[in-house]
Design a protein around this ligand. Structure first.
Ligand SMILES: NC(=O)c1ccc[n+]([C@@H]2O[C@H](COP(=O)([O-])OP(=O)(O)OC[C@H]3O[C@@H](n4cnc5c(N)ncnc54)[C@H](OP(=O)(O)O)[C@@H]3O)[C@@H](O)[C@H]2O)c1
Length: 329
């Protein structure tokens, strides 16, 4: 059946400016890391992307290696573009990345110009796109000179393969250096993509401040700690959940008693705010002024709807923030 996007898709989503750029991103973005691979049901992957778009989620995040197998999430997404979203390409912000192992030999990993340019060409082919909106270096490379990696991003933007450049998983000092090089090259760094959640707060120790000073946006990945910051693991590990799957990155050993005690208390607090725990965990990440978007994952359409429902109750009273601190500490 032909897809007709919802007429109300821009009515309730909030759009936040990425740093000092001209680009706004939806407060909730959808990542295709898990559940969009060649091993997953295409009908479900398609339903999630289309529902997201209907809810105003204009930003979809990919990487060369998402799957499994690596590359297959971009292929799935390419099929959805072809079937449904091609007429709406100009309403979408599509990102991809290179930086982790993608193919054999010395040119399929890390941060050389050779790897980044070839990898993006492969990604564009898999997705059937002429360009991505944001292209990221996925992780810092301790061996390649930072200048080379940033020159590759600059070249990629100048060649029209990407509209904006981003970095991911860079610690504060390296991010500042990268931003300075990119600025000198004339391709300012649009955005940084770090992990951040109630259970993983490393960005509070300098990175957020650096991004603010440099005028760079921030999109937080795994804001639900891969599903831990929901009520789903309170009664054990459900069949079909990420922690139950052999290829999932959330392992049963990550679900410790200590974490579950905190999740239970946070869940009660979320209830008292009239929200789900997932909604409170996302609103908590967005409480920073410089936080452009939360980058969620999903295995079902309902999870995306739940996430967007967070927009009805974004703010926190001081008392609630204190309670969260005392639960987490
Ligand atoms: N730059 C990087 O290095 C990097 C690394 C990792 C991720 N990312 C990006 O960030 C995106 C999100 O990462 P993530 O998937 O780890 O994010 P997440 O939002 O922390 O976790 C998503 C998972 O939580 C569960 N979930 C979501 N909503 C739920 C709800 N309402 N109730 C119960 N369970 C719920 C689902 O797992 P179930 O399968 O259990 O239902 C879902 O797949 C990725 O797709 C990718 O684009 C980037």
């Amino acid at each position: 059946m032909n897809y007709q996007p919802s007429d109300s898709r821009y009515q309730s989503m909030h759009y936040r400016r990425s740093g000092r750029s001209g680009l706004k991103l939806p407060a909730v973005s959808l990542g295709l890391w898990h559940n969009f691979g060649g091993v997953d049901a295409f009908s479900n992957s398609r339903a999630m992307v289309l529902r997201a778009f209907d809810l105003g989620i204009t930003h979809l995040d990919l990487a060369n290696n998402y799957g499994p197998p690596p590359g297959s999430a971009e292929e799935t997404f390419g099929r959805i573009i072809e079937k449904d979203l091609r007429p709406h390409r100009d309403e979408l912000i599509i990102s991809s990345k290179a930086g982790y192992t993608m193919w054999e030999g010395p040119y399929g990993d890390w941060g050389s110009r050779k790897y980044l340019v070839s990898s993006l060409d492969q990604s564009l082919k898999r997705m059937g796109l002429e360009y991505v909106d944001i292209f990221y270096h996925h992780r810092p490379d301790p061996e390649t000179p930072l200048e080379e990696t940033m020159q590759a991003l600059d070249q990629i933007v100048r060649s029209g393969r990407a509209l904006y450049a981003g970095i991911s998983n860079y610690p504060a000092e390296k991010a500042r250096e990268a931003a300075q090089i990119l600025r000198q090259l004339g391709t300012p760094c649009l955005i940084h993509q770090p992990s951040y959640s109630m259970f993983n707060r490393w960005v509070e120790d300098g990175l957020l401040q650096t991004l603010k000073e440099e005028g760079i946006g921030c999109i937080a990945f795994s804001p639900l700690a891969q599903g831990l910051l929901t009520d789903k693991y309170l009664g054990g590990i459900p069949e079909g959940s990420r922690a139950s799957k052999a290829h999932g990155f959330l392992k049963p050993t990550h679900i410790t008693d200590d974490k579950l005690v905190k999740v239970k208390k946070l869940n009660e607090l979320a209830g008292s705010r009239g929200q789900t725990l997932a909604q409170m965990a996302l609103a908590w990440v967005l409480r920073h002024e410089g936080m452009t978007s939360v980058l969620i994952g999903a295995s079902r359409v309902e999870q995306i709807e739940d996430a967007v429902g967070m927009l009805d109750r974004l703010g926190f009273r001081n008392e609630e923030l204190k309670q969260i601190e005392s639960i987490l500490n």
